[in-house]
Design a protein around this ligand. Structure first.
Ligand SMILES: *Cc1c(COP(=O)(O)O)cnc(C)c1O
Length: 393
């Protein structure tokens, strides 16, 4: 026996279960036509929904801010890493979301973990949608609160569970836009149910912010901090940079500063990233034409794909899964696309329920209509070669 033999066995088992994951290397910027493992590809899988990751104005602000502030922030926010750029971004995010305050975290994963843990302990209960993002589930599980999952987007199921619970604090947690299905949480119903039961509502709007709403305020636009007490957003998706934030009342934000360990014990994101994000935030609000173009791509895709007889999910967002059904067939479709130089991720169980394996197509405002056309032509050809998969939701 040598060191790590048992780890090797575990890795081997994962391969046999067809769950082994490996990485590709991007050799250029995040944009629709890029280089992956040295080869040119047309990608429909990034979260750069508004095409800001490689926007010249965002890059230029990043460059000038790095000259002014250096590269690393050098410390955590509570020591001396909290720069004027971080502070200004927090103030602008608070205004953007219509909240008292916003607080920057280094990643969305850490924001979710830190927030749920700061708000709840073993005297409390957390109620999570079955399809919530892993970071929300991990946050709930780690908090020590009584952990419950309700049926996806099912307010009746949530209501039943809330009725039976007598805990001190009750936190209902949901994705705004669900990352694997692209559908939206029933906000008005959730707000009403939480108010009836005197529970707090936390919405993770990682995929809604920037993409939905007149000015990109996302799914919580129109719901104030008395209705959605905890609003979380990420900066690595539509904003095209990196990091995350939580927005809400003065009391919420002060609680997080005091008690959220993933906030306290980590280095602040580089000030230049905060500065570049301020430019992104400005563009998000000032250029609604990006959202309009994105919606046009989505609508064309949906009507053309439905006409081919393929099954789509009920999604008004840039996440457009095409249901294939079996794992092997989904992989075959994804590989057939790849031989044509088109990259679309195959999503399989256990990420999604068995029998619902899918191609997860994501759109960006930086995709052109000609690029969409290439994808549609490729899907049409594969459908002719392989047949339309039989799949039911
Ligand atoms: C991406 C994502 C996160 C994690 O955000 P990062 O900044 O990438 O860590 C959290 N929640 C949801 C719903 C996400 O899609």
């Amino acid at each position: 026996m040598s060191a790590f033999d048992s780890l090797k066995d575990t890795l081997e088992q994962r391969k046999q279960d067809h769950l082994y994951r490996s990485r590709r290397t991007l050799n250029a910027a995040q944009q629709p036509e890029t280089l992956i493992d040295g080869k040119p590809v047309l990608a429909f899988c990034s979260n750069d929904y508004l095409g800001l990751a490689n926007d010249p104005r965002v890059i230029e602000r990043f460059r000038t801010a790095a000259t002014e502030f250096g590269v690393g922030s050098g410390a955590s926010h509570l020591v001396n890493g909290h720069s004027a750029e971080h502070h200004a971004l927090e103030e602008e995010l608070a205004i953007f979301t219509g909240r008292d305050r916003a607080l920057l975290f280094s990643t969305g994963y850490m924001a979710n973990l830190g927030t749920i843990n700061a708000l709840l302990d073993h005297q409390d209960a957390v109620f999570e949608d079955k399809l919530n993002h892993a970071s929300l589930l991990d946050g709930g599980l780690n908090s020590g609160a009584r952990f419950q999952r309700y049926l996806h987007n099912d307010v009746t199921s949530l209501d039943k569970r809330l009725s039976k619970d007598q805990s001190r604090r009750r936190l209902v947690v949901t994705d705004g836009v669900f990352s694997m299905d692209g559908d939206c949480a029933p906000m008005a119903d959730l707000v009403q149910t939480c108010q009836q039961h005197d529970a707090w509502l936390m919405v993770d709007d990682a995929h809604g912010l920037g993409c939905l709403g007149d000015k990109g305020q996302g799914l919580c636009a129109g719901f104030d901090q008395n209705q959605v007490q905890v609003l979380m957003g990420t900066l690595g998706k539509a904003f095209g940079t990196s990091g995350a934030f939580v927005a809400g009342s003065e009391t919420l934000i002060e609680t997080l500063i005091q008690f959220a360990r993933p906030y306290i014990y980590t280095t602040a994101i580089p000030p230049a990233v905060a500065a570049a994000t301020r430019t992104s935030l400005h563009i998000v609000q000032q250029e609604p034409e990006r959202r309009a173009h994105l919606q046009k791509l989505i609508q064309t895709f949906r009507s053309e794909v439905a006409a081919m007889g393929l099954v789509l999910m009920d999604s008004p967002t840039p996440i457009q899964p095409v249901l294939i059904g079996s794992e092997a067939e989904t992989l075959a479709w994804s590989q057939a696309l790849e031989t044509q130089g088109i990259l679309v991720t195959a999503i399989r169980p256990p990420t999604v329920p068995k029998g619902t394996a899918r191609l997860r197509v994501t759109f960006s405002a930086s995709h052109t209509e000609a690029q969409l056309e290439r994808l549609l032509t490729a899907l049409q050809q594969i459908a002719q070669q392989r047949g339309i998969p039989e799949v039911a939701l």
